[in-house]
Design a protein. Structure first.
Length: 61
């Protein structure tokens, strides 16, 4: 994942895209409440050098 001041590019192989999709679907689950979030960090659950990402559930949107 990389970006500039106005846009972010999510680039991944097929397995990485499926993992992201599964994480996003999980955020919509009825067992999770508004405000639930997940941190993805470069070198941990993203490729080394990636920009950190927070996936968040926000029912006000």
């Amino acid at each position: 994942m990389y970006g500039s001041g106005t846009e972010i590019t999510v680039a991944a192989n097929a397995a990485g895209l499926r993992d992201l999709a599964e994480r996003l679907v999980s955020l919509s689950g009825p067992e999770l409440r508004d405000g639930y979030h997940e941190h993805l960090e470069g070198g941990i659950n993203l490729e080394e050098g990636s920009v950190s990402l927070i996936l968040a559930r926000d029912e006000t949107l």
